[in-house]
Write a protein that binds this ligand. Structure first.
Ligand SMILES: *[C@@H]1O[C@H](CO)[C@@H](O)[C@H](O)[C@H]1NC(C)=O
Ligand SMILES: *[C@@H]1O[C@H](CO)[C@@H](O)[C@H](O)[C@H]1NC(C)=O
Length: 385
């Protein structure tokens, strides 16, 4: 009896004549992901997905703004880094807090007031605007406040895939869990001082605007000093490291931003341009698409290669040393950010590898003729038109 039921089920699976009909497709997602529906013939193998749109992430809304995150729990390949989008209204505060991992940030819109102290209690207060960056090392306490006319909108990247934006060390959460007599003893004041502390964490709350920047800097630095190396970096004003007909690259790492423990590149690709075939020998890449339409092809060794499509608000992840390319397949610029959990940006391009290897040896692999190999530019191209 059991055997005959099993046989019926099995033959049902083997011989089912049912098939997908157009009605069961999600047309919008198919249009956005042509490289999945009709993959290039060169794609092969069961590579795990390396894309996660922020649009899929649960959004938490609060009086001072909203936030959502993409972590290893959403995108399993992204073990070493996680990201957060956050909007703060004018005056809205992401409360004083810290976390064990480092936080790298990119300002997408508006202006933020950020504050922190370093390990010598030296103060940091700064205003950053569209295109600027900050880095708070792990354990450094900090805050963010929207001060633009429409507040601010920014991207945060953490050097821990398992980071959880909803579980950080919050000042108000901690205060609620410290006995009043301990608070009174710690500060040498009566317990009544703490009569009005909140009994819910504040996290992201609407508030009044801060005082003037200079006034707040001076007051915060009293008794110690201002930090010698700021946690902010005005990338919006930086000269690009690479300027080509196909686009631009700004590299931000410890060479120009001494406090940083996370390297980054901000890349603009003109229509049709290619971020050349390359890999990063010293770390995985977490990337984020600010605008445009791109496709990214990633080789994973063992015969595996996969191509996926990216547009505004999408996150991508490339494991350490996996070679890849990014191509602008739209009509407008593509702008994307590459972030690494290491303090220095390094990449090796296919072109420079072949150009600096004996050409007979390369030709014995590729059969292109040595003329092609000798003609490869001797310097990294970074972007091809
Ligand atoms: C707590 O709030 C009450 C009512 O607003 C106020 O009278 C009191 O002064 C506050 N206590 C402190 C320590 O600020
Ligand atoms: C990028 O350019 C800045 C100056 O604008 C420089 O300080 C930095 O070292 C450069 N980075 C690389 C990787 O060349």
């Amino acid at each position: 009896m059991i055997i005959s039921i099993a046989f019926t089920l099995l033959s049902g699976l083997l011989y089912c004549s049912c098939g997908p009909s157009d009605k069961i497709f999600n047309d919008l997602l198919d249009q956005q992901n042509p490289s999945s529906g009709k993959a290039p013939k060169t794609d092969h193998g069961g590579q795990p997905p390396f894309k996660y749109p922020f649009s899929f992430a649960h959004t938490g809304a609060f009086t001072g703004g909203w936030t959502r995150q993409v972590t290893v729990r959403d995108l399993p390949i992204a073990k070493a880094m996680a990201g957060v989008q956050m909007k703060l209204i004018k005056g809205g505060v992401r409360e004083l807090h810290w976390h064990a991992c480092a936080e790298w940030a990119y300002m997408i819109q508006g202006t933020c007031r950020i504050t922190a102290i370093d390990e010598h209690a030296r103060a940091f207060v700064e205003d950053v605007t569209e295109g600027d960056v900050w880095l708070f090392p792990g354990g450094i306490p900090h805050s963010i406040q929207g001060v633009g006319d429409d507040g601010c909108f920014f991207l945060l990247v953490f050097d821990d895939g398992n980071f959880n934006e909803f579980e950080t060390f919050l000042l108000t959460d901690w205060f609620q869990h410290i006995p009043l007599d301990i608070l009174a003893k710690n500060f040498g004041v009566p317990q009544s001082t703490f009569a009005n502390i909140t009994h819910e964490e504040m996290y992201i709350f609407a508030s009044q605007m801060p005082r003037g920047l200079q006034e707040e800097k001076t007051a915060a630095a009293q008794g110690t000093a201002y930090v010698p190396n700021p946690f902010s970096f005005f990338a919006s004003k930086m000269t690009p490291n690479v300027t080509k007909t196909g686009g631009l690259v700004k590299v931000i790492d410890k060479r120009n931003f001494p406090v940083t423990t996370m390297a980054a590149a901000i890349v603009t690709l003109k229509a049709g341009a290619l971020r050349e075939l390359h890999w990063h020998p010293n770390g995985p890449e977490w990337n984020y698409f600010l605008k445009g339409k791109a496709r990214m092809g990633v080789f994973a060794a063992g015969g595996k290669h996969r191509t996926m499509n990216f547009e505004e608000g999408d996150v991508g992840y490339i494991e350490q040393s996996s070679p890849h390319y990014i191509e602008n397949i739209g009509t407008d610029d593509v702008v994307f950010i590459e972030v690494f959990p290491t303090d220095t940006f390094h990449d090796i391009s296919l072109g420079e590898w072949l150009a600096h290897t004996p050409s007979r040896l390369v030709d014995e692999h590729l059969f292109t003729g040595e003329k092609f190999i000798d003609g490869i530019p001797k310097t990294k191209q970074v972007i091809r038109p």
